[in-house]
Ligand binder design. Structure first.
Ligand SMILES: NC(=O)c1ccc[n+]([C@@H]2O[C@H](COP(=O)([O-])OP(=O)(O)OC[C@H]3O[C@@H](n4cnc5c(N)ncnc54)[C@H](OP(=O)(O)O)[C@@H]3O)[C@@H](O)[C@H]2O)c1
Length: 332
């Protein structure tokens, strides 16, 4: 059987372009005993994929040249020689960017589409929802009445962070890149205030204005100058959750910023990075909580869905231009 796949052609220097990818036809291997054939329905594009385009050692191996990109996918079982999967079942897990693929099913989880739409398992009930939940609750440790600031607030992780912080009874300030995002976060997702970092001249002063009692928890999705401005307003015993640094992912030079250590030291601040994989053994508990909040209507989701398997590279690049509100997804 012939299917389509998307491979990495070259490694970007700075911001990636469509030329770094190629779409091609490939003949699938024959299905062996204990294998299944799945068809991808929804594909996740994520900022961490930019790191995998580099040939650099990290917590996850680089993509290989001329080999398919790999990422989180929601797929349907279309043929099976495995006792563990039936035709028609919906699964999620890491798969190659192929329209159809043969797999032994290891690492795939069946999903319950009666609980939520299938695509939620790539976002609010998937990796980004779990990242928001564990990063905020385990490292941020928000308390009633505290002020929580989240950057990348209109993205998949950020908008869940803001909503969970509201559930915990916090005053929540978001930072996002357009007036439309500001409006939606305030009117539909319960954020108390949102700063448009692209039109605000002095973000440090804006944070001081909206956080008169200082910042108790900063959930950092973007890094760079936005984070410098937030940390300048950090409180005694605050927690800084280092989740992502997207503003630096395409940098070709190491930017120089203020030295943060004296401020962290003198205000007894905890700053901790994390990778969501650290919490793998706690995923069932996290999922249970997220599902409950979704069912209760306390957690809402929104997605930006691009249509067409061939649009995967375009959607991935769109993350770096802020083209998404909520989780960026490609429907094949
Ligand atoms: N630690 C972990 O395990 C883990 C897991 C998942 C994600 N992450 C990280 O969390 C962050 C958010 O991930 P996500 O999946 O939720 O992505 P996302 O926020 O849905 O999408 C990326 C968003 O980042 C913003 N952005 C892009 N370039 C920027 C820049 N130069 N400065 C400021 N903002 C910029 C854009 O929104 P604007 O319109 O606001 O610019 C864009 O929509 C990323 O840094 C990601 O790497 C970490």
């Amino acid at each position: 059987m012939i299917t389509q796949q998307i491979v990495l052609v070259s490694r970007p220097n700075g911001t990636p372009t469509l030329d770094n990818f190629r779409i091609e036809n490939v003949e699938l291997d024959l299905m062996k005993d204990d294998e299944i054939e799945v068809e991808g329905l929804f594909y996740s594009v994520d900022p961490y994929m930019r790191g995998r385009m580099n040939d650099a050692k990290s917590y996850v191996a680089p993509f290989k040249i001329d080999q398919p990109i790999e990422g989180a996918v929601v797929a349907k079982v279309t043929a099976t020689r495995s006792g563990n999967f039936k035709i028609g079942e919906m699964v999620t897990g890491r798969l190659n960017w192929r329209h159809s693929t043969i797999t032994n099913g290891k690492g795939l989880h069946k999903i319950d589409t009666t609980v939520a739409p299938a695509s939620y398992y790539l976002g609010i009930l998937g990796m980004t929802g779990l990242t928001a939940y564990f990063g905020l609750t385990d490292i941020g440790k928000p308390k009633v009445g505290e002020t929580v600031v989240v950057s990348g607030a209109a993205g998949a992780v950020g908008m869940v962070v803001g909503q969970i912080a509201k559930i915990y009874g916090c005053h929540v300030i978001g930072i996002a890149g357009s007036d439309k995002k500001v409006k939606i976060l305030k009117e539909e997702f319960g954020f108390d205030e949102v700063i448009n970092y692209k039109t605000t001249k002095n973000i440090k002063e804006a944070i001081a204005f909206f956080c008169p009692k200082g910042v108790d928890v900063y959930f950092d999705n973007v890094g760079g100058e936005i984070s410098d401005a937030v940390i300048a307003n950090i409180n005694f015993y605050a927690r800084v959750v280092l989740c992502g640094q997207i503003s630096l992912y395409n940098s070709t030079e190491v930017p120089v910023g203020p030295r943060l250590q004296p401020m962290l030291l003198t205000r007894s601040v905890l700053m901790q990075g994390f990778i969501i994989g650290n919490y793998e053994s706690h995923f069932p508990k996290g999922m249970q909580q997220l599902v409950q909040w979704v069912k209760e209507g306390k957690l809402k989701s929104t997605e930006t869905v691009t249509h067409g398997f061939d649009k995967l590279p375009t959607a991935l690049l769109g993350l770096f231009n802020g083209e998404n509100m909520g989780k960026m997804i490609v429907e094949a």
